[in-house]
Design a protein around this ligand. Structure first.
Ligand code: C2O
Ligand code: CU
Ligand code: CU
Length: 471
């Protein structure tokens, strides 16, 4: 694998020249306490099902004093509550669409029946309701939910539709990791956003924004700019989601605080991996544990640098003068087999291209067609998919997201993936010229699922395809 830092530097510099860097909106409100999305209360249980209700609604938010922005939220004005469930729970998620346009609610990273996925085939028209019913059939992980209708996902996510979906299980209960939600276990959705000079949230993509990324001039952390968090534990866990539309984010601490990655998109790593930074593409998650011993009374910051060229303070920590003792980080988190291709019945190639005819964004030369099934796979089998990113003429990063399952990375550019990418993944970043091989097991559910680039402007432009799991 290429050295991430070098690749990253080349990217950021390359882009600064070609992109209009806007003057950061001066009047944005900063320095409020970090808002922690509330845990969604069950509306009740019917039989053996836990019932949850989400209402998709319009709202407004004052990001700058005196200026209202139009926003969207789940059960609120911007973002949504955290859905927190346990493995083997039967859930029934009821969605009411109070917008004047269609939407869907997709449970990103969840292993579930196709009809519960919330992709473009599960459209919820304006004013309508929809229900997803499924059993939580996967290990503890930090997933998320967001809209996924054809052509409108980017704008709806941008305006605020996103929430966490956290799964716990007996194994995660037993691990000595920080797990007090909102105190030492903190969900953080980072979203690069563009504000007008008067501080209004704006979504007005032009061709370069669609192709290269809808970069911004501010970073929202759980919906606010540069919030702070008071911490009084020796170790804290950050569940970080890159909720940007198309910006890659390099996340790091401004001081030498030891940082360990403990989980990828869909579950724990085999063991904690000490990292100096994590690079997350849109839709990817990482769980980090920070060791704050020796930082008593200081104010270190979590930083995020976008490949659009701006560096932001994502969160400032106010570390208490005395810290409560945290348990030692476990040496082993989970038993995780090294993926191999020995059981694979088939290999497939997926070429992400931004060249093609007229600079179109395609996968294997095609754009998304809801009535076309691109790939058929067989239930109960294992396959290796080789994804490569071409288009050096219009070089841009892409990523590859698969619905309905978690995969493992077999090889990146011919080598074993770096230790921090050896956990369950549902989204993987590709720089131009990269090739990534992933191992997928098609278990439990038949039906039609999507794969796509999760840079939302690319997805909306049709950089997406469908695979059907056949019995
Ligand atoms: Cu996060 Cu197809 O989605
Ligand atoms: Cu998804
Ligand atoms: Cu893309």
């Amino acid at each position: 694998m290429k050295n991430t830092a070098i690749v990253w530097a080349a990217w950021v510099c390359g882009l600064i020249v070609s992109l209009p860097v806007q003057v950061a909106a001066q009047r944005l409100i900063t320095g409020a306490p970090l808002s922690i999305p509330p845990i969604l209360e069950e509306s009740g249980s019917e039989g053996r099902e836990r019932v949850f209700d989400l209402t998709v609604q319009r709202g407004t938010r004052e990001f700058a004093t005196g200026t209202q922005s139009a926003t969207l939220g789940y059960n609120g004005e911007y973002l949504g509550p955290t859905i927190r469930v346990r493995r083997n729970d039967n859930v029934r998620l009821r969605v009411r669409n109070h917008l004047d346009e269609a939407t869907t609610v997709h449970w990103h990273g969840a292993h579930l029946p196709a009809e519960a996925d919330g992709g473009p085939h599960q459209r919820v028209p304006a004013g309508d309701t929809w229900e997803a019913r499924f059993r939580i059939a996967q290990e503890a992980a930090t997933l998320w939910y967001h809209p996924h209708d054809m052509g409108t996902s980017a704008e709806q996510v941008y305006q605020g539709l996103a929430g966490f979906f956290i799964i716990d299980d007996e194994h995660s209960d037993s691990l000595a990791l920080p797990d007090t939600y909102g105190t030492d276990d903190i969900p953080l959705v980072l979203q690069e956003r563009r504000f007008t000079r008067d501080g209004r949230l704006e979504y007005n993509p032009r061709m370069p924004d669609i192709m290269h990324g809808y970069f911004g001039n501010a970073l929202l952390t759980n919906g606010a700019v540069e919030p702070f968090l008071e911490v009084s534990d020796q170790r804290i866990r950050l569940r970080i989601l890159n909720g940007s539309n198309s910006s890659l984010l390099r996340v790091f601490m401004d001081s030498g605080i030891p940082m360990y990655q403990v989980a990828t998109d869909g579950g724990f790593l085999g063991r904690p991996v000490e990292v100096e930074q994590v690079v997350l593409s849109p839709g990817e998650r990482a769980e980090l544990v920070l060791d704050l011993r020796g930082q008593e009374g200081t104010r270190p910051s979590l930083m995020a640098e976008s490949n659009g060229g701006n560096t932001y303070t994502a969160l400032s920590l106010r570390v208490a003068a005395a810290l409560q003792q945290s348990r030692e980080l476990p040496a082993t988190l989970v038993r995780r087999e090294t993926p191999t291709d020995t059981g694979a019945v088939r290999r497939r190639d997926f070429v992400l291209s931004s060249m093609g005819r007229g600079g179109r964004l395609t996968i294997n030369g095609r754009t998304m067609d809801m009535s076309r099934i691109d790939e058929q796979v067989k239930l109960g089998t294992t396959e290796v998919w080789r994804i490569s990113s071409q288009g050096m003429m219009m070089a841009m990063p892409h990523n590859f997201h698969v619905h309905g399952l978690q995969f493992q990375i077999l090889r990146m550019n011919g080598s074993q993936p770096p230790p921090h990418l050896r956990g369950p993944k549902d989204t993987v970043l590709l720089y131009p010229g990269d090739t990534v091989e992933i191992v997928l097991n098609f278990e439990n559910y038949t039906g039609v699922f999507m794969y796509h680039c999760h840079l939302l402007e690319h997805e909306d432009e049709g950089m997406m395809g469908q695979f059907e799991v056949l019995p």
